[in-house]
Design a binder for this molecule. Structure first.
Ligand code: COA
Ligand code: AMP
Length: 629
């Protein structure tokens, strides 16, 4: 069957389609039904099944006689270390860790925050939670203590598992002070913390609260897998919304297993036993789905890479890892390849490596610009597949279904909707638009298995953010169009979310931080185009009356404040003081017009603008930041 047939078969009977895919999972109690309609546009998949994620990702492969196969390859150029962990070893390590967590009181449904860099222990911590039915929430290492504190207060974890440090190319990131700061700021306090000590910088443990990763496993019994209900949350992953309060995306256990397992062959084209590499971070959804869960559930070998595309040690690192570990399918964000291309424009470093095992490269996380795709195609000779999805969905909405039938690539389009997703382009009035017209991208409900059923602690926010604008649809927050061949084209976000180096950030969140500066009366943050990172945040602040300190000083304080409150990952380095912000007569800040000015784009003067002269000041401020195009 070709793509069109498979898609049509899914559409004709979605429940039969997903029940068929569910046969690839080892159930403790198989689902008797696929979809559960909870009313009012809320749906759940496989809710009456009982299953364990860790069993499916680890133990079942050992039981099937594949215990000696490598499950995880850890390749860490920043520590000059490589390690192979077999499925049998992984099972033993995860069972031991889970046993120690259980001995300290962690049970099904308890939350556990994981704050760790790209070490295999991060994956083991995730799997140990899954083994017990505990709900993990991984926090990216580039977030500051305040962001961790916000997540602690929302998830209310019984335990936090952290490493002593992370390693950025130019500095050691000490996690313990961040962890202590976060626990101090948070109203909720975890019962205990587990610290994985790294030799690059050990942390001093807080007596009574902190336990050493190895020591606390001594004398405890390994834990078996605890079956959970199909709709039990496997994890919570916080992602940026319009405000500073992150959204806790809930991932349901059974749908997650079924959808991710399906995606490995049908989208990424790999068979069990082959090596799959997603160069991302466990703190992001790509890391959850395609470093940890999907490759392991599907019986692949996954690569955990602790390094950067450039500088660790050079732009040939990707090619070295692909060749050395015989990677069959590789996935990263376009920004990573822009960095490689910038350092090695002729692709000289590719020639040193044998890429014969590599069949395709996948890009997601931000718009894949045609220049980068063409460069990659030209230099590697491999197919480059863009695919579009979000933290909320956990797997591809639109991609190239190579395991079913490779579709012709149209550069700039992530290709076609996957089975499970009925994607529509809607006008402001909520009616579907014809092919070729630009509108809001929405998905007809129900969403497929694996996607979010709600937001943690925030069912109303879930409705308001995703279901209320276009009744009967899930609103993706992206705008774009579909062409005559059913190919999707993703153009821009419709909200205040920006994408910096493949990292999803909220300009609203940054504005909240700037507004807390004592001298700032008003502010706006916009996303401006950047050749390397795709977008960069740029801030404009107006000062309170009577403040007459040097503007550069205040702008520098604003930059430091965002780094301190949100973290280095915000990459907030551009900030200017201006007299006024351009607004409509009703007082709405014209952020889109400001972004057009910063990007040097033509724009239509908004009819409702209060005072067009302010735009000249904005243009001047952009030039002052050295950013005029
Ligand atoms: N822990 C602590 N700090 C981190 C961090 C982490 N895990 N990850 C990034 N940071 C810091 C960086 O050190 C940098 O700090 P600096 O301001 O002191 O230089 C800052 O956060 C911004 O990081 P980043 O945006 O990643 O920029 P970079 O200049 O370090 O690297 C790229 C640029 C393009 C090479 C890099 O962004 C990259 O590899 N991106 C891959 C994208 C990706 O994996 N996306 C995930 C979705 S698929
Ligand atoms: P995240 O939740 O961090 O994965 O970010 C999801 C958002 O990133 C999407 O809503 C899009 O705005 C953007 N995005 C992800 N993949 C793509 C892609 N292939 N093309 C264009 N935008 C993308």
């Amino acid at each position: 069957m070709g793509y069109k047939d498979v898609y049509a078969a899914w559409k004709a009977d979605p429940e039969a389609f997903w029940l068929e895919q569910a046969r690839a999972i080892d159930w403790d109690e198989a689902p008797t039904q696929a979809l559960f309609d909870r009313g009012d546009h809320i749906y759940e998949w496989f809710a009456d099944a009982r299953v364990n994620t860790c069993w499916n990702a680890v133990d079942r492969h050992v039981e099937a006689g594949r215990g000696e196969q490598t499950a995880i390859i850890w390749d860490s150029p920043v520590t000059r270390t490589k390690r192979h962990i077999s499925y049998a070893e992984l099972r033993n390590r995860v069972a031991a860790l889970a046993g120690a967590l259980r001995a300290k009181g962690i049970e099904k449904g308890d939350r556990v925050i994981i704050y760790m860099p790209m070490v295999p222990e991060a994956i083991e911590a995730m799997l140990a939670c899954a083994r017990l039915g505990a709900i993990h929430s991984v926090v990216f290492g580039g977030f500051a203590a305040h962001e961790l504190a916000v997540r602690i207060d929302d998830a209310r974890p019984k335990a936090i598992i952290a490493a002593s440090c992370g390693l950025e190319p130019t500095r050691v990131v000490h996690y313990k002070p961040l962890l202590d700061g976060a626990i101090e700021q948070a109203a909720h306090k975890p019962d205990f913390c587990v610290l994985f000590q790294r030799e690059q910088a050990a942390a001093e443990l807080t007596p009574g609260r902190d336990f050493d990763w190895h020591a606390f496993q001594q004398g405890t019994e390994p834990a078996d897998c605890v079956p959970v209900e199909g709709n039990h949350p496997a994890y919570i992953l916080y992602t940026s919304g319009t405000t500073g309060a992150p959204k806790g995306v809930v991932r349901p256990t059974a749908g997650h297993l079924v959808a991710l397992n399906w995606s490995m062959k049908n989208i990424y084209g790999v068979d069990p036993g082959e090596v799959f590499w997603a160069a991302s971070d466990v703190g992001w959804v790509v890391g959850h789905s395609y470093i940890c869960y999907a490759p392991l559930i599907h019986g692949n070998t996954t690569v955990v890479f602790e390094g950067k595309p450039v500088g660790t040690p050079d732009a040939g690192t990707f090619w070295r890892v692909i060749a050395e570990h015989k990677v069959a399918s590789f996935f990263t964000a376009p920004t990573a390849f822009r960095a490689v291309k910038r350092d090695d424009p002729k692709g000289e470093l590719i020639k040193d490596h044998d890429l014969s095992h590599l069949r395709a490269i996948y890009l997601a996380g931000e718009r894949a610009d045609p220049d980068t795709i063409e460069w990659m195609q030209d230099k590697t000779g491999k197919p480059i597949y863009d695919h579009w999805w979000q933290t909320e969905t956990g797997w591809t909405i639109a991609g190239n279904p190579v395991g079913i039938e490779p579709m012709p690539v149209k550069i700039g389009s992530p290709t076609v909707a996957m089975p499970g997703y009925d994607v529509k382009i809607l006008g402001e009035d909520g009616h579907p638009l014809p092919a070729g017209e630009l509108g809001a991208i929405a998905i007809l409900l129900p969403l497929p298995p694996g996607t979010l059923p709600t937001l943690w602690n925030a069912p109303e926010r879930f409705r308001k953010s995703y279901l209320s604008h276009f009744p009967g649809y899930y609103e993706t927050g992206d705008a774009g169009m579909m062409d005559e061949d059913g190919y999707l084209w993703i153009m821009a976000r419709t909200d205040d979310v920006i994408n910096v180096a493949g990292h999803r950030l909220s300009t609203g969140g940054m504005e909240e931080v700037l507004a807390s500066h004592p001298d700032v009366a008003e502010c706006a943050v916009i996303g401006v185009r950047d050749d390397l990172k795709g977008q960069l945040p740029m801030g404009f602040v107006c000062l309170s009356k009577g403040v007459n300190r040097p503007h550069e000083e205040i702008a520098a304080e604003c930059v430091a404040l965002v780094r301190d409150r949100i973290g280095p990952v915000a990459a907030f380095k551009l900030c200017a003081v201006v007299d006024r912000l351009p607004k409509t007569r009703s007082g709405k800040i014209l952020r889109r017009t400001m972004a057009a000015i910063a990007d040097g784009e033509d724009f239509k003067m908004p009819a409702t603008i209060d005072d067009p002269a302010i735009l000249d000041e904005i243009r001047g401020a952009v030039q002052g930041m050295g950013y005029a195009r």
